[in-house]
Design a protein around this ligand. Structure first.
Ligand code: GTP
Ligand code: MG
Length: 420
């Protein structure tokens, strides 16, 4: 055997591959991050720049890894779920070769995190350039019915660490160490209750829920106006018009829902069925409220609390009507969109916008009908307007007429009609 063959044989002995078609988990973890975070001068116990860089890295890895369907990050770690069973011909990433997968993904993570953490804050760029950062990566397969449990395990780790850290940092005047050591490992739910009782009303403002639950990303389909995605001056394709829409797939980053009560969140990603529109409106609204600025990594605004509160009141009104619940989606400029499609292709859409100073809770609506190439009705108002019948009450009536198959939009009654 010549030298080359002999060396190749040594190499091949450890060129091990994962079995095909099983769910693949990659876990990327910051190497010695207790030291690294100190050198980067990140805030303890929870730091937004660290979080931003981790979420950014997760997003970069989701794009990098073929077959990625779900990402979850907490503390200094990221878990990715990859699938390679979509078709019989689907090729797994890096041929499922373990060494190649781990080294590629760890390098990509290191690159994405390093760039982000150095430049997220211009004041610290120069100092941070001196700090070496590295990530490790492990990879394995598991049975389909364990995938949800895997993510649940990582989230429980986040929740336990969150409450232990929050107690230690926020309650220096208490014998936290005593309480923690009494409860440690036994019952973090009790510890959480104790913490909430002690910090009282401030509980919601001290830490963002994402520090407790972690952040996650799934691929979702969103509907966009055709005119918004076509290049400027491009011709609208035959059979479509300026009101046509297209489905676009994108990564949707959010505070991870509590997985013990939302197992479907992971289950849907695993089964390749995770359209953003599948959730009840109230849950989607809660997701929207938790989005950070730049949630789609395209310069989006955080969702306005006023828009969320107006949309919430509207959903409560609509829930009293015997009609199907609407779809709810965030809007890039900080608003929330609530909409119903009809089988004939019509769409009734209400947008709760971020306030621009002119009115308290600006709102606009359109009833769009494709066959007549235009709007049946459109209007704007202030959701805060409660003079009879109130804009929200009116729009709930319109939604009902729309779903009842009406062809025209009820008029906005004048105050005298409504009270008379
Ligand atoms: N200051 C600060 N530190 C953080 C934050 N998130 C994570 N960390 C640090 O990251 C560490 C993650 O823990 P581990 O991964 O178990 O420990 P490690 O030091 O990275 O060690 P290895 O992973 O074994 O290399 C925590 O102990 C924290 O010190 C944060 O938001 N702020
Ligand atoms: Mg680590």
């Amino acid at each position: 055997m010549d030298l080359g063959d002999r060396m190749k044989e040594y190499e091949r002995a450890y060129d091990i591959r994962l079995p095909r078609r099983l769910p693949v988990i990659l876990r990327i973890d910051g190497n010695h991050f207790s030291k690294t975070t100190k050198a980067l001068k990140l805030r303890k116990p929870f730091d937004w720049e660290m979080r931003d860089a981790m979420v950014h890295t997760m997003r970069a890895l989701l794009d990098y890894c073929s077959g990625a369907v779900l990402g979850y990050t907490q503390s200094d770690e990221i878990s990715l779920l990859l699938r390679n069973n979509q078709a019989h011909t689907t090729e797994p990433m890096a041929g499922n070769r373990i060494q190649k997968l781990c080294s590629l993904v760890a390098s990509e993570a290191t690159d994405a995190f390093t760039r982000r953490i150095r430049h997220v804050n211009p004041v610290s760029t120069a100092r941070r350039e001196q700090v070496p950062v590295s990530f490790d990566c492990r990879v394995f397969v598991l049975p389909e019915d364990e995938v949800v449990n895997y993510f649940l395990w990582r989230q429980q780790d986040a929740m336990r660490n969150f409450i232990l850290s929050a107690c230690r940092w926020d309650l220096p005047n208490y014998d936290v160490q005593g309480v923690v050591s009494k409860m440690h490992g036994r019952n973090s739910v009790e510890l959480r209750e104790w913490y909430l009782k002690v910090v009282g009303d401030q509980a919601n403002t001290i830490h963002h829920p994402g520090f407790e639950m972690g952040w996650s990303a799934r691929r979702v389909q969103t509907e966009q106006a055709l005119t918004a995605v076509l290049p400027e001056n491009a011709k609208i394709p035959d059979g479509q018009d300026e009101f046509s829409t297209v489905l676009r797939s994108r990564w949707h980053v959010q505070v991870c829902p509590k997985l013990t009560t939302n197992r479907d969140y992971v289950g849907e990603a695993l089964m390749g069925d995770h359209r953003v529109y599948d959730k009840p409106g109230s849950e989607r609204l809660a997701d929207c409220a938790n989005l950070m600025a730049n949630w789609g990594y395209d310069g989006e605004q955080a969702i306005s609390p006023l828009a969320v509160s107006a949309a919430r009141r509207f959903l409560a009104l609509v829930a009293q009507e015997p009609i199907q619940p609407p779809f709810v989606a965030p809007v890039p400029d900080g608003g929330v969109q609530v909409e119903w499609p009809r089988e004939d292709g019509s769409l009734f859409e209400v947008e709760f916008m971020a306030p621009d100073g002119s009115v308290l809770e600006p709102i606009s609506w359109t009833w769009n009908r494709p066959d007549h190439g235009g709007y049946v009705a459109a209007g704007t108002g202030d959701a805060a307007d409660i003079s009879p019948p109130g804009v929200l009450t009116y729009l709930a009536t319109v939604a009902r007429a729309f779903l009842d198959g009406e062809e025209s939009c009820p008029d906005l009654p004048t105050s005298s009609e409504a009270s008379g």
